[in-house]
Design a binder for this molecule. Sequence first.
Ligand code: PHE
Length: 474
Amino acid sequence: MASGMFRAATQQWSSRTLRARPAPRIMNYGSASLFGDLQCITKLLANELIAFWEPDQLGQIGSNPLKEPPTITKDSITVGGKTYKVDQATNVTTTILEKTTRQLFQIPTHPIAIIKDLIASTFPDFKHYQSFSPVVTTKQNFDDLCFAKDHPGRAATDTYYINEKIMLRTHTSAHQLQVLTEADKVLVTADVYRRDEIDASHYPVFHQMEGAELFDTKTAVDVIRKQIATDTAQHSKSIHTTDITVITDKNPKQDCHDQAAMLATADHLKYSLNKMVRNLFSHEKNLTVRWIDAQFPFTSPSWEMEILYKGKWLEVLGCGVIKQDILNNAGKPDKIGWAFGLGLERLALVLFGIPDIRLFWSQDERFLHQFEPSKIQKFKAFSKYPPCFKDITFWSNEDFHENNFCEVVRDVAGDIVEDVRMIDEFTHPKTKKCSVCYRINYRSMDRNVTNVEINEIQDRLREEVVRRMKVELR
Ligand code: PHE
């Protein structure tokens, strides 16, 4: 499954899945009931129309704007208690926006929260931020993190835009600059959003945890070497680690960094993360971990950690030495530090033995009532329901992108779709038109689906695909 790591611009970065949801609540912008009795001051900015909440009053009634149902009108989108103008860049859908209210990582018995808590327990003195709105600026998500203007992660086919300058964060690193201005040891847990294809292990919303630690550049070497040497727990000793990474021009030290300080920071990063996985996989007697070189716009050098699990290498996290520009912008030019970002779903799927990523979003008690806080236990399957396959064939066009097609499927059919795959493609010899056929596997996780019900969905899908994608059905 997609770990959701932002790689170098040349590398493809991975995908996710979909589902059925109640009809979105469409409300007029500015509706008084939306804001209740709260005082709300609305201000028009260049690209966003923001409703400012008065913090005191929010506290009084204990309201959480992130729990407010999002609303979409033809002119604006309200999410997390704020309203934004839509424009030609808008591609976010109600199906996706509604996910912002779920906050799975805040439900103590949810596997995502259980993994989060276990990871956080390895970093007890870190300041943990868990209530950032998923709505961020393109500056926060990309520019502040040194993303090139043409980085593929910015593409409309990969990212959900509310408008040209406002988007749903695609990674927790979007908050790195802000949190590093406030503290030297930080964790951020949040839901992140990426447009993607549909298959059994990918979902357009997933959860990440970000961690970072800074050291005074002058004393980093001494402080770090002493800490590692005096760690009596020695967790990392019981891990088989392969580390063949080398600092080369392809994965370089930053010019501004002192070699010894950078190497100490890198060692502290790997030591801390080895300890973290050791804790998470405490039941695995022979945990095997490998470090490989990676590239991220906001760290250098950069690495990924993989774990050998049931004979396969599982990519767990991306990390590296933070780009000094970010620390300078955070007002910390005299510090050096590391950062990591990991996908919680991937770890939860493996540790709980959960067969389908859609289950994390299930409201079924048979799922939700299985787990206890702070405890990893194997998922007990409820029966697997039969699939129902439907094909759709159409002449595609120049603007066609599979992620856009999958977005329509998500919006029309929701979580009842287990996967979507292309089963045929050909170009007409004379007209040069390209025909594609997709097979959609409809399978609910918690009930039998009827052919009649699926036919209705498929008919709606056919209409919507034509309307939104301007393709011609065959
Ligand atoms: N934000 C990166 C991703 O989503 C992960 C990462 C975080 C890498 C911090 C390096 C440092 O892929």
